[in-house]
Design a protein. Structure first.
Length: 319
């Protein structure tokens, strides 16, 4: 996330560049997964793409942008748009995240509604399922996630509950992103529901996220680990510079971790900087394979007071 970013649109304006694996005989289109926060949408996106394009965390509202992952199959191409979880917003940031989801839902070809096998269907699930009627052009698929953590009885119960939420499910599929059980079934079903058309991205592209955005998200994921209460919502990351060092195989990465209050800054830094060093070490371990070089990562923690509620600050942070 950088100061100049804006929230991505749900679909690119242009088709793939010349030389893309495009055939008018295939199918291609956009799918997004919806559901309550923390039902496994980002994990499912990564599992389908086969590479980590969206960060994951046990903290609600981890995803903050529409992140596109691209999956090429023999029959065509799926563009998976990972979005924030729908929730009752308490801040301007929360409202803007919900607005982003609404925008994406209006543009995709298929909506996958996710419910974890380990939890009974509740009022929040019912509300989201009912809201899908507002997106008439999209076909709907129900997905029961996290089957690896559930009993056979729980999975059966969940499938029955989900099936009754709507009458227009094109399919109801139980799966585990962790063990990859039924992932091929889901991708084949999604592709069959897509319109005929050429691939939208060239072969070999797994996401349209910029390198800076991916680095910022990696750092934010590392910073989220182990924090509690309201702090996860208050963390943003801005990458200031990614520059190969002259006469060296090192790449210098300079980034700011932004929080809202002095007390939060202390938590992120930790005793004598111990926690910030740990965040840097974990982030660097993922940034180096991404860049293909050794990395010198310099993290600076700064305060932007109440940025989640401040339109100007949100704009500077890319929301």
């Amino acid at each position: 996330m950088s100061d100049s970013d804006t929230a991505p649109e749900a679909a690119p304006e242009t088709a793939a560049e010349p030389g893309a694996p495009a055939s008018s005989e295939g199918r291609s289109g956009f799918v997004t997964f919806v559901g309550r926060p923390n039902v496994g949408k980002s994990t499912l996106t990564n599992a389908l793409v086969g590479e980590k394009v969206a960060i994951t965390s046990d903290k609600p509202q981890t995803t903050r942008r529409a992140i596109r992952g691209i999956l090429n199959r023999p029959g065509g191409q799926l563009v998976i748009v990972d979005t924030p979880g729908l929730h009752k917003p308490r801040t301007l940031l929360g409202q803007r995240l919900n607005d982003l989801v609404e925008q994406v839902l209006g543009d995709v070809d298929v909506i996958g509604f996710c419910v974890p096998a380990t939890e009974k269907v509740g009022p929040g699930d019912r509300r989201i399922a009912e809201s899908l009627s507002g997106y008439g052009r999209a076909k709907k698929v129900a997905i029961v996630t996290k089957t690896d953590a559930a009993t056979r009885e729980q999975i059966t119960e969940r499938l029955m509950e989900v099936d009754q939420l709507r009458e227009d499910w094109a399919a109801v599929i139980p799966l585990s992103a962790l063990t990859r059980d039924q992932l091929d079934v889901l991708s084949d079903e999604l592709l069959a529901l897509m319109p005929a058309g050429p691939a939208l991205y060239p072969e070999g592209v797994v996401t349209d996220e910029s390198t800076e955005d991916r680095i910022a998200e990696i750092i934010r994921e590392a910073a989220l680990d182990g924090v509690r209460d309201e702090l996860p919502h208050s963390i943003a990351v801005v990458v200031q510079e990614v520059e190969p060092r002259e006469d060296s195989d090192l790449t210098d990465v300079f980034a700011d971790i932004v929080v809202e209050r002095d007390s939060q800054k202390g938590i992120i830094i930790g005793h004598k900087g111990s926690r910030l060093r740990d965040v840097g070490a974990r982030a660097r371990a993922q940034i180096e394979p991404l860049l293909g070089t050794k990395v010198f990562l310099k993290l600076h923690v700064r305060i932007a007071k109440e940025w989640q509620r401040d339109p100007k600050q949100l704009g500077r942070l890319g929301f």
